[in-house]
Design a protein around this ligand. Structure first.
Ligand code: PRP
Ligand code: URA
Length: 214
């Protein structure tokens, strides 16, 4: 479903996705199950978002005869998680596209200002020739996603998608307006942000829940 008149935004609606997001929200869901759910949700989102993955024909011999048949051209695909929480989504997508290259962008949100601060980056070469999929489960103020996309564009990425699991309307509109040329895929649009810029009802701190740091 498109969000308002933002043509680059898709709110995903598959019932399997909604079901798993509900389990993810539950404060009684422990770290192990939380990590599995994040991976499964990433896989379901990728299935919907990556409908235009580049294909290349290879020869295959069936029990009947040889034929040419398409496989995903993993060399033209890069997954870029925003650290830390985006890391939780990587395996789900890597399972679908094992040949994908993986880059990393380290950003943390200042607890007072909520502004993103960059502390690490390592991206695959030739980004301009790849579909670049940036991952972060949470789109809150949008500051981290806006900065990560700005950075991959600066590194010459041209075809970019952003996948998140939960978004606030504020963050989603900010990202869609700042980067109208990327595809944005959202597992669920929540009500809004609280005074600490946490998504409500949300799921709490995604990084802490994935890595058990609180
Ligand atoms: C969280 C989350 C996003 C960001 C979203 O990361 O994973 O990257 O906050 O907030 P924003 O839209 O307001 O920028 P955090 O900075 O807490 O770092 P962490 O993943 O290392 O815990
Ligand atoms: N980061 C999170 O992990 N959760 C939020 O609700 C907002 C930012």
């Amino acid at each position: 479903m498109q969000y308002k008149n933002y043509k680059n935004v898709v709110i995903l609606e598959h019932p399997l996705l909604k079901h798993k997001i509900t389990l993810l929200r539950d404060k009684n869901t422990g770290t192990t199950e939380f990590r599995s759910l994040i991976e499964e949700i990433a896989m379901l989102e990728a299935y919907e978002a990556l409908w235009d993955l580049p294909l290349v024909d290879v020869e295959v011999e069936t029990p009947i005869e040889k034929c040419m048949s398409p496989v995903i051209d993993g060399k033209k695909f890069a997954i870029v998680p925003i650290l830390r929480a985006g890391l939780g989504m990587v395996n789900g997508i890597h399972t679908l596209v094992p040949g994908a290259k993986v880059g990393h962008i380290g950003l943390y949100r200042d607890p007072e200002t909520h502004e993103p601060h960059a502390y690490y980056s390592k991206l695959p070469e030739q980004l301009d020739q790849r579909l670049v999929v940036v991952l972060d489960p949470m789109l809150a103020t949008g500051g981290s996603a806006v900065e990560a996309i700005r950075f991959v564009k600066e590194q010459k990425a041209q075809q970019i998608k952003f996948l998140c699991i939960i978004a606030s309307p504020e963050g989603l509109e900010r990202l869609a307006e700042t980067h109208p040329d990327i595809g944005i895929y959202v597992g669920n649009l929540d009500r809004g942000l609280n005074e600490n810029a946490y998504i409500c009802p949300g799921l709490g701190d995604a990084g802490d829940r994935i890595f058990g740091t609180k």
